[in-house]
Design a protein around this ligand. Structure first.
Ligand code: GRF
Length: 204
Protein backbone atom coordinates (compact mmCIF):
# COMPACT_ATOMS: atom_id res chain seq x y z
CA UNK A 1 0.00 0.00 0.00
CA UNK A 2 1.32 3.43 -0.92
CA UNK A 3 1.47 5.61 2.17
CA UNK A 4 0.50 8.53 -0.05
CA UNK A 5 -2.68 7.02 -1.49
CA UNK A 6 -5.81 8.75 -0.25
CA UNK A 7 -9.54 8.30 -0.65
CA UNK A 8 -11.67 11.44 -0.40
CA UNK A 9 -15.28 11.23 0.80
CA UNK A 10 -17.45 14.24 -0.04
CA UNK A 11 -21.16 15.03 -0.14
CA UNK A 12 -21.33 18.52 -1.60
CA UNK A 13 -19.65 21.38 -3.36
CA UNK A 14 -16.20 19.83 -3.19
CA UNK A 15 -14.16 23.01 -2.90
CA UNK A 16 -11.76 21.31 -0.49
CA UNK A 17 -11.41 18.36 -2.87
CA UNK A 18 -10.70 20.84 -5.65
CA UNK A 19 -7.90 22.61 -3.79
CA UNK A 20 -6.35 19.27 -2.80
CA UNK A 21 -6.36 18.14 -6.44
CA UNK A 22 -4.98 21.54 -7.54
CA UNK A 23 -2.20 21.34 -4.95
CA UNK A 24 -1.32 17.82 -6.12
CA UNK A 25 -1.24 18.97 -9.76
CA UNK A 26 0.97 21.94 -8.82
CA UNK A 27 3.42 19.65 -7.03
CA UNK A 28 2.62 21.17 -3.62
CA UNK A 29 0.92 18.20 -2.00
CA UNK A 30 2.53 14.78 -2.44
CA UNK A 31 -0.60 12.70 -1.95
CA UNK A 32 -2.11 10.47 -4.56
CA UNK A 33 -5.91 10.79 -4.80
CA UNK A 34 -6.86 7.27 -5.87
CA UNK A 35 -10.54 7.27 -5.04
CA UNK A 36 -13.39 9.74 -4.50
CA UNK A 37 -16.63 8.51 -2.95
CA UNK A 38 -19.84 10.48 -2.62
CA UNK A 39 -23.12 9.47 -1.02
CA UNK A 40 -24.92 12.08 -3.16
CA UNK A 41 -25.40 11.68 -6.92
CA UNK A 42 -25.62 15.46 -7.36
CA UNK A 43 -22.42 16.26 -5.45
CA UNK A 44 -20.21 18.63 -7.42
CA UNK A 45 -17.30 16.78 -5.87
CA UNK A 46 -18.00 13.91 -8.29
CA UNK A 47 -17.65 16.21 -11.34
CA UNK A 48 -14.49 17.76 -9.92
CA UNK A 49 -12.98 14.30 -9.39
CA UNK A 50 -13.90 13.11 -12.90
CA UNK A 51 -12.50 16.30 -14.47
CA UNK A 52 -9.21 15.70 -12.63
CA UNK A 53 -9.06 12.08 -13.83
CA UNK A 54 -9.11 10.55 -10.37
CA UNK A 55 -8.70 6.80 -11.06
CA UNK A 56 -11.94 5.78 -9.30
CA UNK A 57 -14.96 8.02 -8.74
CA UNK A 58 -17.87 6.31 -7.01
CA UNK A 59 -21.37 7.32 -6.09
CA UNK A 60 -22.51 4.85 -3.45
CA UNK A 61 -26.21 5.18 -2.63
CA UNK A 62 -27.14 4.84 1.07
CA UNK A 63 -30.66 3.69 0.13
CA UNK A 64 -29.17 0.55 -1.46
CA UNK A 65 -28.04 -0.65 2.00
CA UNK A 66 -30.03 -1.86 4.97
CA UNK A 67 -28.29 0.40 7.51
CA UNK A 68 -25.39 2.76 8.10
CA UNK A 69 -22.98 -0.04 8.98
CA UNK A 70 -23.71 -1.88 5.72
CA UNK A 71 -23.28 1.32 3.69
CA UNK A 72 -20.02 2.11 5.49
CA UNK A 73 -18.80 -1.46 4.91
CA UNK A 74 -19.32 -1.00 1.15
CA UNK A 75 -17.31 2.24 1.27
CA UNK A 76 -14.60 0.51 3.33
CA UNK A 77 -14.31 -2.30 0.80
CA UNK A 78 -13.86 0.23 -2.03
CA UNK A 79 -11.21 2.05 0.01
CA UNK A 80 -9.29 -1.16 0.74
CA UNK A 81 -9.63 -2.36 -2.87
CA UNK A 82 -8.06 0.93 -3.99
CA UNK A 83 -5.25 0.42 -1.45
CA UNK A 84 -5.72 3.79 0.22
CA UNK A 85 -3.79 4.58 3.38
CA UNK A 86 -5.75 7.71 4.29
CA UNK A 87 -9.44 8.62 4.21
CA UNK A 88 -9.93 12.36 3.82
CA UNK A 89 -13.39 13.72 4.61
CA UNK A 90 -14.16 16.89 2.66
CA UNK A 91 -17.68 18.04 3.40
CA UNK A 92 -18.86 14.47 4.00
CA UNK A 93 -22.23 14.87 5.69
CA UNK A 94 -22.75 11.40 7.15
CA UNK A 95 -21.72 10.23 10.58
CA UNK A 96 -19.36 7.28 10.26
CA UNK A 97 -20.28 4.06 12.04
CA UNK A 98 -18.03 2.72 14.81
CA UNK A 99 -16.85 -0.32 12.80
CA UNK A 100 -15.70 2.00 9.98
CA UNK A 101 -13.86 4.28 12.41
CA UNK A 102 -12.21 1.30 14.12
CA UNK A 103 -11.23 -0.30 10.80
CA UNK A 104 -9.35 2.84 9.78
CA UNK A 105 -8.14 3.90 13.21
CA UNK A 106 -6.03 7.08 13.03
CA UNK A 107 -6.26 7.06 9.26
CA UNK A 108 -9.40 9.21 8.82
CA UNK A 109 -9.01 13.00 8.63
CA UNK A 110 -11.72 15.65 8.66
CA UNK A 111 -11.90 19.41 8.31
CA UNK A 112 -14.41 21.26 10.47
CA UNK A 113 -15.44 24.94 10.11
CA UNK A 114 -14.78 26.01 13.71
CA UNK A 115 -12.02 26.02 16.28
CA UNK A 116 -12.69 22.71 18.02
CA UNK A 117 -13.59 21.79 20.67
CA UNK A 118 -15.92 24.79 20.27
CA UNK A 119 -18.92 24.27 18.02
CA UNK A 120 -18.85 20.63 16.92
CA UNK A 121 -21.69 19.34 14.73
CA UNK A 122 -23.35 20.21 11.46
CA UNK A 123 -24.15 23.89 12.21
CA UNK A 124 -20.76 25.10 13.42
CA UNK A 125 -20.67 28.41 11.54
CA UNK A 126 -24.19 29.40 12.62
CA UNK A 127 -23.54 28.26 16.19
CA UNK A 128 -20.37 30.37 16.41
CA UNK A 129 -22.20 33.45 15.08
CA UNK A 130 -25.13 33.00 17.44
CA UNK A 131 -22.80 32.55 20.39
CA UNK A 132 -21.08 35.83 19.50
CA UNK A 133 -17.45 34.73 19.32
CA UNK A 134 -14.96 37.27 17.97
CA UNK A 135 -12.74 34.70 16.24
CA UNK A 136 -13.51 31.40 14.59
CA UNK A 137 -11.71 29.30 12.01
CA UNK A 138 -11.16 25.72 10.96
CA UNK A 139 -9.72 22.55 12.42
CA UNK A 140 -8.15 19.56 10.69
CA UNK A 141 -8.46 16.56 12.98
CA UNK A 142 -8.33 12.80 13.13
CA UNK A 143 -11.70 11.10 13.32
CA UNK A 144 -12.56 8.94 16.27
CA UNK A 145 -15.90 7.80 17.63
CA UNK A 146 -16.73 11.17 19.21
CA UNK A 147 -18.33 13.57 16.69
CA UNK A 148 -15.69 16.18 15.76
CA UNK A 149 -13.76 15.03 18.83
CA UNK A 150 -10.59 13.37 17.50
CA UNK A 151 -6.99 14.59 18.01
CA UNK A 152 -6.25 17.95 16.39
CA UNK A 153 -3.73 18.10 13.53
CA UNK A 154 -3.92 21.81 12.62
CA UNK A 155 -6.04 24.92 13.09
CA UNK A 156 -6.35 28.36 11.47
CA UNK A 157 -8.15 31.37 12.90
CA UNK A 158 -10.23 34.11 11.24
CA UNK A 159 -11.88 37.22 12.73
CA UNK A 160 -15.67 37.35 13.11
CA UNK A 161 -16.97 40.75 12.01
CA UNK A 162 -19.98 42.53 13.49
CA UNK A 163 -21.92 42.41 10.22
CA UNK A 164 -21.07 38.78 9.35
CA UNK A 165 -23.79 36.38 8.35
CA UNK A 166 -23.38 32.64 7.95
CA UNK A 167 -22.33 32.96 4.29
CA UNK A 168 -19.73 35.68 4.82
CA UNK A 169 -18.16 33.97 7.81
CA UNK A 170 -18.16 30.58 6.12
CA UNK A 171 -16.48 32.11 3.03
CA UNK A 172 -13.73 33.60 5.23
CA UNK A 173 -13.27 30.26 6.99
CA UNK A 174 -13.20 28.36 3.70
CA UNK A 175 -10.41 30.59 2.38
CA UNK A 176 -8.34 29.33 5.33
CA UNK A 177 -9.53 25.73 4.86
CA UNK A 178 -8.27 25.84 1.30
CA UNK A 179 -4.74 26.60 2.51
CA UNK A 180 -4.78 24.48 5.64
CA UNK A 181 -6.11 21.18 4.29
CA UNK A 182 -3.60 20.60 1.45
CA UNK A 183 -0.76 21.86 3.66
CA UNK A 184 -1.73 19.49 6.48
CA UNK A 185 -2.05 16.51 4.14
CA UNK A 186 1.38 17.31 2.72
CA UNK A 187 2.86 17.46 6.21
CA UNK A 188 1.14 14.20 7.09
CA UNK A 189 2.72 12.19 4.28
CA UNK A 190 6.06 14.01 4.32
CA UNK A 191 6.69 14.13 8.07
CA UNK A 192 4.09 12.05 9.86
CA UNK A 193 3.15 12.47 13.50
CA UNK A 194 3.01 10.69 16.82
CA UNK A 195 1.02 11.16 20.00
CA UNK A 196 1.64 12.49 23.48
CA UNK A 197 -1.63 11.43 25.09
CA UNK A 198 -4.23 12.88 22.74
CA UNK A 199 -1.86 15.62 21.59
CA UNK A 200 -0.51 15.23 18.06
CA UNK A 201 3.23 15.91 17.77
CA UNK A 202 4.49 16.44 14.23
CA UNK A 203 7.69 14.57 13.40
CA UNK A 204 10.60 16.78 12.33
C1 GRF B 1 -16.28 22.81 4.78
O1 GRF B 1 -16.57 24.08 5.31
C2 GRF B 1 -15.83 21.87 5.86
O2 GRF B 1 -15.25 22.51 6.94
C3 GRF B 1 -17.10 21.19 6.29
O3 GRF B 1 -17.88 21.09 5.13
C4 GRF B 1 -17.51 22.12 4.21
C5 GRF B 1 -17.23 21.45 2.91
O4 GRF B 1 -17.07 22.35 1.86
N1 GRF B 1 -16.81 19.91 6.90
P1 GRF B 1 -16.68 21.86 0.42
O5 GRF B 1 -17.71 20.83 -0.03
O6 GRF B 1 -15.30 21.27 0.46
O7 GRF B 1 -16.74 23.10 -0.42
Amino acid sequence: MSLKAIAVMASGRGSNLRVILDAVAAGNCPVDVQLVISDKAEAQALDIARAANVPQVLHITPKDYTDRAAFDAACAEAIDAADCQWIVLAGYMRILSSPFVRRFRQRIINIHPAILPAFPGAHAVDDALTYGVKVSGCTVHLVDEVLDGGPILAQAVVPVLDDDNCESLHARIQAEEHKLYPATLARMVELGFHFDGRKVIWNT
